[in-house]
Design a binder for this molecule. Structure first.
Ligand SMILES: Nc1nc2c(ncn2[C@@H]2O[C@H](COP(=O)(O)OP(=O)(O)OP(=O)(O)O)[C@@H](O)[C@H]2O)c(=O)[nH]1
Ligand SMILES: [Mg+2]
Ligand SMILES: [Zn+2]
Length: 338
């Protein structure tokens, strides 16, 4: 009990310190924005948020020049992909103030500290779910990204990277994974920077879209983007020798414009991707192969678990649905809809 109490106390302290830090950062931002405004601001212009370092946002103008900006208070958290209206500081140190944000077409969020949702990227229409031969794919994680994509909505693409590492090895698990997702209608790309494979297909897929690369740390998201645009030279990190996992090299989501029409966003690797505030309907909507069975169960409030006359259970028995995906569905439902 005593130990538990200390933990609670510590947690409250951490929360308190973080809250203080947030308030301080907001205050600094406000001061900065006021100082720049007093020094004089240029005309309003549109811009695109490329990344954020804490409260400082990197904004690209229409000539592709970058400006370090602070946002006026009350605009909420801005993220890469946000279209904004901003004014350059007349003192011009490549600084400026963001005064408004355009309405978002979409907003991908992830649960942050204490389950509070944190925005990741705005206005994306495609999610590249990156897995690799090493660290090994986690189908359950892929499925949760698929649920997020289907509900955003954004087109999900499954990418399995580092296929060079399969050479001479038993690749049954990866082959199964690829065919499972292809069978239900998803685009799957396999790639390797070592053998230079998959990139033509990837480039074509990225054209005319705003795509975010997501996945575990160390699967090669930044490496893929470097391979597409070598001039970028984004930092990549070795896997940990001890755990075989990535070392969280990328720390903030950053947007890049492909020379051939298309926007890509590199994001920091995750350990996990949770779905908060998801309803049973949204989760079911995220399993595209189950959709056609809904409405065909005997009971209209069927949970598709043990009820008699369940169309989904029947489809499972008939082998029309993959057991792995159905397990994933049940696990997600039980985890997120209490
Ligand atoms: N063998 C092989 N290794 C690769 C390939 N692509 C990337 N890697 C290696 O995988 C490691 C991790 O690559 P990153 O690009 O940093 O991975 P990331 O997904 O951006 O990781 P985070 O930024 O931590 O999320 C590096 O050592 C890369 O050289 C590939 O196609 N084949
Ligand atoms: Mg990275
Ligand atoms: Zn049912």
């Amino acid at each position: 009990m005593a130990k538990r109490r200390i933990n609670d106390q510590q947690q409250r302290r951490i929360k308190h310190i973080q809250q203080k830090r947030r308030e301080k950062a907001l205050e600094n931002q406000q001061k900065k924005s006021e100082t720049l405004s007093q020094q004089g601001l240029g005309p309003e212009q549109s811009g695109l948020v490329i990344t954020n370092y804490g409260r400082t946002l990197l904004v690209e103008d229409k000539d592709k020049k970058l400006h370090r900006c602070v946002a006026r208070q009350n605009l909420g958290a801005l993220v890469c992909g946000d279209q904004v209206i901003w004014q350059a500081a007349l003192a011009d140190n490549n600084e400026g103030v963001i005064i408004a944000v355009e309405e978002r077409q979409s907003l991908l969020q992830k649960p942050g500290f204490g389950g509070k949702l944190k925005p990741m990227a705005a206005n994306i229409d495609q999610i590249i779910i990156v897995s690799a031969v090493q660290p090994e794919p986690k189908p359950y994680l892929i499925d949760r990204y698929l649920i997020a994509a289907e509900n955003l909505p954004a087109t999900p693409v499954i990418l399995i990277n580092k296929i060079d590492l399969l050479a001479g090895k038993n690749n049954e698990r990866i082959t199964q994974l690829v065919s499972d997702y292809e069978n239900i209608g998803y685009k799957v790309i396999t790639s390797s920077k070592v053998t230079n494979s998959g990139f033509d297909d990837l480039l074509k897929t990225l054209q005319s879209h705003t795509s975010i690369f997501v996945g575990l740390s160390g699967v090669g998201k930044s490496s893929l983007i470097n391979h597409l645009m070598p001039e970028l030279n984004i930092r990549v990190g070795e896997l940990s020798a001890a755990s075989g996992e990535g070392t969280h090299t990328t720390t903030s989501s950053t947007l890049y414009s492909l020379p051939s029409n298309g926007i890509i966003i590199d994001s920091p690797g995750v350990r996990d991707f949770g779905l908060w505030n998801s309803t049973a309907e949204e989760i079911l909507h995220g399993f595209i192969e189950l959709r056609k069975y809904t409405g065909h169960c005997k009971f209209s409030n069927c949970n598709h678990q043990h009820e008699p006359g369940c169309a989904i259970q029947q489809a499972l028995k008939n082998g029309e649905i993959s057991q792995l995906r159905f397990n994933s569905y049940l696990k997600t439902i039980n985890e997120y809809t209490k």
